[in-house]
Design a protein around this ligand. Structure first.
Ligand SMILES: Cc1cc2nc3c(=O)[nH]c(=O)nc-3n(C[C@H](O)[C@H](O)[C@H](O)COP(=O)(O)O)c2cc1C
Length: 155
């Protein structure tokens, strides 16, 4: 089974999770790159606004095409309880090429609508989902959660 992890990360947390998933699954990774500058406090504020208003952004053209993979595993940081703007854009631009999907998100708390929103945007039920909190990152518990998520994808 050919698997692709496609993720966006503003400050590195989602990247770390994406890299561990790719290592466990031994699969390809595509970083979704936003052309908008989201650094610092101003970047944080505008990102929150963009997410709440469900705006889209300009992203770099991906190198790895989802249609060449059996499952596209899409990862996002949670912004204002929903999917981040670059991942919203990626899903809307490439969803017609997804065969099957799995989703993961990283966030401070343990509640958000991000996974549900990703499902609605894709118009497709995910074969697995994973939500990682800041606390799980700090304690290292996220590794076990990733292993369970990967096992669901490959079963
Ligand atoms: C604009 C913005 C809005 C956020 N909104 C939420 C939120 O609603 N709920 C939450 O638990 N975390 C929220 N966070 C925290 C991020 O989801 C969390 O730090 C995430 O792991 C960051 O991932 P990254 O380092 O890959 O960018 C928000 C962060 C930003 C920048």
């Amino acid at each position: 089974m050919k698997l692709l992890v496609a993720y966006y990360s503003r400050t590195g947390t989602t990247r770390k999770v994406a890299e561990v998933i790719a290592e466990v699954l031994k699969c390809d990774v595509e970083e979704i790159r936003d052309l908008k500058n989201r650094v610092g406090v101003l970047g944080w504020l505008s990102s929150g606004m963009d997410a709440t208003l469900k705006r889209l952004t300009k992203i770099e053209k991906p190198v790895k095409l989802p249609e060449l993979y059996d499952v596209t595993i899409v990862g996002t940081p949670v912004w204002n309880s929903t999917v981040s703007t670059p991942v919203r854009t990626y899903i809307l631009e490439y969803r017609s090429r997804f065969k099957q999907v799995a989703f993961f998100c990283t966030q401070y708390s343990s509640e958000s609508n991000a996974l549900k929103d990703m499902e609605a945007l894709c118009g497709m039920k995910p074969i697995a989902t994973l939500m990682i909190t800041r606390r799980q990152m700090e304690t290292g518990d996220y590794i076990g959660e990733i292993e369970k998520f990967c096992a669901q994808i490959t079963r």
